[in-house]
Write a protein that binds this ligand. Structure first.
Ligand SMILES: Nc1ncnc2c1ncn2[C@@H]1O[C@H](COP(=O)(O)OP(=O)(O)OP(=O)(O)O)[C@@H](O)[C@H]1O
Length: 300
């Protein structure tokens, strides 16, 4: 069942069109990524979903409701973690959670959230003294305090170090594990690849592709490359006769094989049959980065 429906969304700021034509639907229980370069229109799109902006054309439905007209009803059903959120420096973690829970008729017990998000020993710490990762965990906890059905996370891990980013990914998976649908705005490929069930790639205000991470990659590059150092010279035709192999070349002591389909399996089983050992074997596959560059013409 679709919980978010965006149809031909169009939004401009004075004479600047931020979103030309964006359509997608998000199914209940999935982590849906909105991925794109800076200024692509991601935040504007998501702000229309949150009811913070009015579309100039097109339609947005969230849980079957209109985010602008039904804002009061939806406010308790969507949890939002804003890009570059801030709280007063001196506000303590427990105070922030207590304050936010007071906004809802039937909030989660904020003490449980402290435990769930590893903040129990920071309950009395002022916001300004938290690390980047702890601040993000607090913002996630605040977004969840109203027991939302949908969580919108915008640039969740920007500014975090790699370890804190990875920890945060685990938390996003936990959110989904609780049955909450997640709309995730990001420009980190690894984040989108690891977390998202499906991704809409947005560029210059338009959806240029919408698929699973693997689907996006396979759209732009079906070719794979294998490199290895054979223990003995490989006889002519042994590998190039395989239907999976499209080319083979010698690069120093290494052989580089390019091909499609189940290339690795085909090559390694022939080598094994001929008792040839493939040392330093490496498989290079197209990544979401390659897909992103091919789709948007921009480096991730
Ligand atoms: N309030 C505003 N007034 C005028 N122009 C705006 C406003 N907000 C955004 N824009 C412009 O609209 C375009 C889309 O911005 P938006 O923030 O939606 O993109 P984004 O994909 O979220 O970018 P980023 O990854 O940098 O956050 C940009 O060119 C931006 O400069």
């Amino acid at each position: 069942m679709a919980v978010i429906e965006v149809e031909h969304l169009h939004k401009r700021y004075r004479d600047h069109v931020a979103v030309h034509d964006v359509s997608f639907t998000v199914e209940r229980g999935e982590i849906f990524g909105v991925l794109g370069p800076n200024g692509a229109g991601k935040t504007t799109t998501v702000e229309c979903v949150e009811g913070l902006r009015t579309p100039d054309a097109g339609a947005v439905r969230v849980l079957g409701l209109d985010p602008r007209r039904d804002h009061d009803t939806l406010r308790t059903r969507i949890g939002v973690q804003f890009q570059e959120s801030q709280l007063p420096e001196k506000m303590r973690v427990r105070e922030a959670l207590r304050l936010y829970s007071s906004f809802y008729a039937d909030p989660m017990d904020w003490r449980t959230l402290l435990d769930d998000w590893g903040l129990a020993d920071k309950a009395n710490t002022p916001f300004g003294k938290l690390s980047g990762g702890q601040k993000q965990r607090l913002f996630i906890a605040l977004a969840l305090v109203g027991k939302p059905e949908i969580a919108v996370l915008d640039e969740l891990t920007t500014g975090l170090d790699p370890q804190a980013r990875r920890d945060t990914w685990g938390l996003v998976e936990d959110i989904r594990g609780r049955g909450v649908t997640v709309l995730l705005v990001t420009h980190f490929m690894a984040e989108a690849e690891r977390l998202c069930d499906r991704i809409a790639v947005i560029d210059r205000g338009r959806v240029v592709a919408l698929d699973t991470p693997a689907g996006l990659v396979s759209k732009v590059a079906a070719e794979q490359r294998i490199r290895f150092r054979p223990s003995v010279p490989v006889p002519d035709g042994l590998l190039t006769d395989l239907p999976e192999v499209t080319s083979m070349r010698q690069v120093g002591p290494q052989l580089e094989i390019t091909g499609t389909g189940d290339l690795l399996q085909a090559v390694t089983s022939v080598l094994a049959r001929h008792r040839i050992v493939a040392a330093d074997l490496r498989v290079e596959q197209a990544s979401l980065d390659d897909a992103f560059v091919a789709l948007t013409g921009k480096d991730a």
